[in-house]
Write a protein that binds this ligand. Sequence first.
Ligand code: FAD
Length: 433
Amino acid sequence: MFGLRAIQDSSEHTGSYYAASRRPATEYPTLTEAIECDVVVVGGGFSGVNAAVELAERGHEVVLIEANRIGWGASGRNGGQIIGGIGHTPERFKRSIGEQGINTIYQMGIEARDIIKERVENYSIDCDLKWGYCDVALKPRHMKNFAEWRDWEKTIGNPHPYTLLDASELKEFVNSDRYLGGLHNTANGHIHPLNLCIGEAAAAVSRGARIFEQTRALEIVPGDKPIVRTEQGRVTAKHVVLAGNAYMGKLIPKLSARVLPSASSVIATEPLSETLADKLLPGDVAVCDPRTALDYFRLSSDRRMLFGGLSNYTGMEPKNLVSVMRKKMRNVFPDLEDIKVDFAWSGWIGIGINRMPQLGKLAPNIRYIQAYSGHGVAPTHIMAKITAESIASETNRFDMVASIPHLPFPGGRAFGRPLLAAGMAYYKLLDLF
Ligand SMILES: Cc1cc2nc3c(=O)[nH]c(=O)nc-3n(C[C@H](O)[C@H](O)[C@H](O)COP(=O)(O)OP(=O)(O)OC[C@H]3O[C@@H](n4cnc5c(N)ncnc54)[C@H](O)[C@@H]3O)c2cc1C
């Protein structure tokens, strides 16, 4: 398509700032034999890796297979923004999950960030975790929404305060003339996502899980003991967890029909001077605006501006990615006009039609988790936890979320893309008012 190209990638995912600052690079072996275990997890992003941690912590014998490297998909490329909440407006699903289900989803939205906090502490994961977040307003109605949102967080018992900021107060956190004000909280924050994912994989291994990289699942054979076939081996298990999300291709057509890979992109500047970094983001918070095609940004631990945006339903990135993203960054921070951009990369967000994470069972012993619709850093952690709870017969939270209907895109991906693009254009239009 004109002006677009396939995402520039390699199986080692070398193009991003995260890959360049990954510590340490993972080197798990490729599976070359037939093995058995209690649970085999397919996919080494946050969903799969945390399912492995949760299951291994419960004493299950776990094998995780990843087609590329740990964190190679969205989990190792994202904006690193830890955002509370699960999906969008669960009230829409009252008929399926009732008042109690809605409340459970709100509580899981708070629990999700606590899992990250505990995991980083319990396993001493070096991933630059910082708490502090600002949602920023471009329109007066955004401020009104923020005020309602602040009150709502109190209603659901979120222990972390949310503070409404006018334009001048916001400058203590986000020093840009672009915004009318904002909503600050310490419930949310930011991390180096690839290092978190790699640290969590190491945590799973420390609890006895076995990980195989460059090991793609080619076929899932259902049965009392399902088999996951790979190029050079196979895993026979009591349970399978599928966590390949937007990157799983056509492995399970029923799942790919329900998740549309949409491209989002990030640039990383050269390291800013301490003075400039302090001037632009004095609170070292992560930031995003409320538009459909939103800007999201934050500083890395070595003071690079990581500036993200775009949501391209073709799954492709602009040919002139750096200049497109640089322009967006300049609109927020004119001071960065002449700053060098060292890295630019894109990844696939798994969009679902109703914008709620999709959980379900293809068979009583084959579960899947996918489609966080661009908001998955924290939600993956709680969805992985409730998947493990389900396998261990501890709670019914998995079945509750699974009862939210998630339909395929009408006409499959081929028609789903233009359909979503049209929907997106409509919402972008609304963002103008
Ligand atoms: C550019 C970008 C920015 C984002 N920013 C944010 C943000 O700031 N905050 C936020 O909350 N969310 C953000 N997201 C979304 C978030 O990153 C995702 O929701 C989350 O990482 C999904 O994790 P996952 O484990 O489900 O999927 P992924 O991380 O995509 O992992 C899936 C893995 O499965 C593997 N796989 C697929 N098929 C197979 C197979 N057949 N066999 C073996 N392995 C397989 C893939 O190689 C991949 O590594 C962003 C996403 C992108 C792309």
